[in-house]
Design a protein around this ligand. Structure first.
Ligand SMILES: [Zn+2]
Length: 504
């Protein structure tokens, strides 16, 4: 890189090496102001087991109210979306001494593109009588952006990232090298891009056609990676194309995508052109686009539903319309948190039905009134079909174990006597006792159900016994038992006949 300057006598114009911004004083004021604004918008978040998270004003370090307003500074954190939150490992703010944000800034000199990474370190002193915050700037790294690679300058010597260059020249090795590249440029919550001079890049031959300046708003939301600033706009011809199509999210991750060859939309995107408007309207992400290709739809909610478990639903779409399945699951379960579990249990259910040779065209089979009842019935049948002797063994053993049936005024305890009984217990208690069938069949351990005498069908405590000792006793969701239940079990243990392997 060179620039034209007057010689020492101010007589001739000579070419000399460009002077990079060497230190903080070279950084233009407007850039510093921009960065200072960003650091004023940062909020800090800490975690505490008891209270969950707490947000703090990055200016005075006092706790923010629910609307992200700081009474002390009389400042409202308007941009306090998750991109502007700095997550602190420390549980307490008082442990914090400093934090840093990093801002990338482009500069174009003589058609050469330079990218600075500027560190803004915020120092705090909690022990001083007046808590203070001090902001200092430094240049963390300088990159020369070239057509073939990105060169980082260290103490004036260009250091070539050979792996990145390899990637540029060797698309075959693309995927593997991309990982390294992504790792290298992993964006943090506290990485930013100075967007006010992106138009400058129009002047450089490197970025001339990239349209990257159109991403100004997007980058303002902090959706940046180093590859979205360098590799993608320079080396991927799709970048410009996608920006012109207003598919901005796809543009910034275009090197991770596989586009088809061809001239029309369908050849390139692998999906009918009628979905283009939808893709544009939601500014589709790479991940959503993957789902859309798997199951074309313009229903955004459906797409989110599919995102919960792409793998299971990809198989299930062969048997059910996913629209119908979504409606069905939502009619059974309205809690968002459980939908993912429902999908994977439904996947098991359909696989079970296939194994049992059920009629998958029958709507009553596909969408039973009470899903988990049918699910458990099918699971039990599958396990019996897979282990024809196991159910019999469990039943035979239970005849022997019945010697240990025990009760007091309140409770009764009796052995599991079939695969179905264990699956039912597992389902009622939300535990994994169903996976014990084989161990129980071999008498490696014994499973007993402790229940209220006046509600013998309703699970209460699942008990595992080995060598005449209670080794596990859990109530619903694997919770501990209470003192009365504990007393009952210890009384029972005293009179229990140990039935060890080989006794039957
Ligand atoms: Zn404040």
């Amino acid at each position: 890189m060179r620039q034209l300057v007057y010689d020492d006598d101010f007589k001739e114009i000579v070419s000399e090496k460009i002077k990079y911004w060497q230190n903080a004083s070279d950084i233009p004021k407007k850039v510093k102001d921009y960065i200072t604004n960003i650091s004023n918008e940062l909020i800090f978040r800490t975690y505490n087991d008891e209270y969950g998270y707490k947000d703090y004003c990055s200016n005075c370090l006092k706790e923010l109210d629910v609307n992200h307003y700081c009474e002390h500074c009389q400042k409202s954190y308007t941009n306090a979306n998750k991109k502007y939150i700095v997550y602190l490992r420390q549980q307490y703010m008082s442990d914090m001494k400093y934090t840093s944000s990093y801002t990338y800034v482009f500069d174009v000199v003589d058609d050469e593109v330079v990218l600075y990474n500027i560190e803004n370190k915020l120092n705090y002193d909690h022990l001083a009588p007046l808590k203070y915050k001090e902001s200092t700037f430094s240049i963390a790294s300088i990159y020369d952006v070239k057509k073939d690679s990105l060169y980082e300058r260290i103490e004036g010597h260009p250091l070539e990232y050979s792996k990145i260059e390899e990637f540029f020249n060797n698309p075959e090795a693309g995927e593997k090298i991309t990982d390294i590249y992504v790792e290298f440029c992993l964006p943090n919550d506290n990485q930013f891009l100075y967007v006010d001079n992106l138009d400058e890049l129009k002047k450089s031959s490197l970025y001339k056609y990239s349209q990257i300046w159109q991403l100004k708003n997007k980058f303002n939301n902090n959706d940046i990676t180093l590859s979205s600033l360098t590799y993608n706009p320079i080396c991927c011809k799709e970048f410009e194309y996608l920006i012109k199509m207003q598919l901005y999210n796809l543009a910034i991750s275009c090197s991770e995508m596989n586009f088809g060859k061809g001239k029309n939309f369908k050849d390139i995107f692998g999906i009918d052109k009628k979905y283009y408007k939808f893709m544009k309207d939601i500014d589709i992400t790479n991940k959503q686009y993957d789902l859309l290709k798997m199951y074309p739809t313009t229903d955004f909610d459906l797409l989110n539903f599919i995102a919960k478990d792409k793998y299971s639903l990809e198989m299930l779409k062969e048997y059910v319309k996913l629209e119908d399945l979504k409606k069905y699951i939502e009619s059974q379960e309205d809690s968002e948190d459980h939908i993912r579990k429902y999908i994977s249990d439904y996947y098991d259910y359909i696989n079970g039905l296939i194994m049992l040779g059920a009629d998958l065209k029958d709507k009553k089979v596909l969408y039973p009134k009470n899903f988990y009842e049918e699910h458990d019935r099918v699971s039990a049948e599958v396990m019996i079909v897979e282990n024809p002797d196991l159910d019999q063994k469990i039943h035979d053993l239970s005849n022997v174990l019945s010697l240990n049936v025990y009760e007091n005024d309140e409770y009764i305890i009796f052995p599991a006597d079939s695969i179905s009984s264990m699956i039912d217990e597992s389902s009622q208690q939300q535990n994994c006792v169903r996976t014990y069938c084989e161990r129980v069949g071999k008498n490696d351990c014994q499973i007993y159900f402790m229940r209220n005498k006046n509600a013998k069908d309703k699970s209460l405590v699942t008990v595992e016994v080995r060598d005449g000792k209670v080794v596990q006793a859990r109530t619903k969701f694997n919770k501990d038992i209470d003192s009365r239940q504990r007393k009952f079990l210890s009384d029972w243990e005293k009179v229990m006949i140990p039935i060890i392997k080989g006794d039957n």
